[in-house]
Design a protein around this ligand. Structure first.
Ligand code: HEC
Length: 182
């Protein structure tokens, strides 16, 4: 190789700024971001609401409808192994003399479904339906760890209602009181 060969020319490109980030360099971008941020915070003010005291303790104070855990199934909307409880009504209000579930459920009834994930022994999900003014009010609470509080998922009830419409003739509640072995 000839020592007089000119060195290869290296063109250094200026570092390119990704488009999204470049926007932050534009005057006023930070100022516009502040209202956006407060909207996000406002939307999330309900995330976090812990499971109300009126629902907590359902495993012991309510009547369990299921006798065994409902195992995961196809298209499971409430992933995991589930138990369903009826609260704030008496056994007589819930079940007739033949053992059939009385429907519609009385005003004030709270139905709770708790779900645990495979391999865990605590509920990671609690879904509720509370009858107020003749209509069910739907809510769902979740956590990932046993030492965390169950907290409200800020989802609209439409998704719940859409699917529970399948149980409309059963007062919107799929699960019935399951007979106990005497
Ligand atoms: C895709 C369908 C579907 C959606 C969406 C859905 N559910 Fe359910 N839900 C069911 C089924 C089916 C059961 C019966 C138990 C089972 O098979 O898991 C059930 C059970 C329940 C129960 C126990 C009472 C019952 O009906 O058996 C509650 C409470 C409940 N769901 C609340 C909710 C809430 C709250 C939401 C919305 C955040 C919701 N569900 C969304 C299908 C659905």
């Amino acid at each position: 190789m000839n020592s007089e060969t000119p060195p290869a020319t290296v063109t250094v490109q200026p570092a390119s700024i990704p488009e999204g980030c470049a926007a932050w360099d534009r005057p006023g971008a930070a100022v516009r971001a502040i209202p956006m941020l407060s909207i996000v915070i406002a939307l999330c003010s309900a995330c976090g609401t812990p499971l109300p005291d009126a629902i907590a303790g359902f495993e012991t104070r309510c009547i369990e409808l299921t006798t065994d855990e409902v195992p995961p199934h196809d298209d499971d909307p409430h992933e995991g192994f589930k138990r369903v409880y009826a609260c704030d009504l008496t056994l007589d209000q819930l079940v007739d003399e033949t053992g059939a579930t009385r429907r519609p459920f009385p005003e004030g009834t709270l139905i709770v479904k708790s779900s645990r994930r495979d391999g865990q022994d605590f509920s990671w999900l609690v879904a509720t339906a509370h009858k107020e003014g003749g209509v069910w009010d739907w809510a769902e609470y979740t956590r990932n760890f046993v030492d965390e509080e169950l907290r409200l998922i800020p989802a609209g009830p439409e998704v719940c209602v859409d699917c529970h419409r399948g149980a409309q003739s059963l007062d919107w509640i799929f699960t019935s009181y399951q007979p106990r072995q005497q």
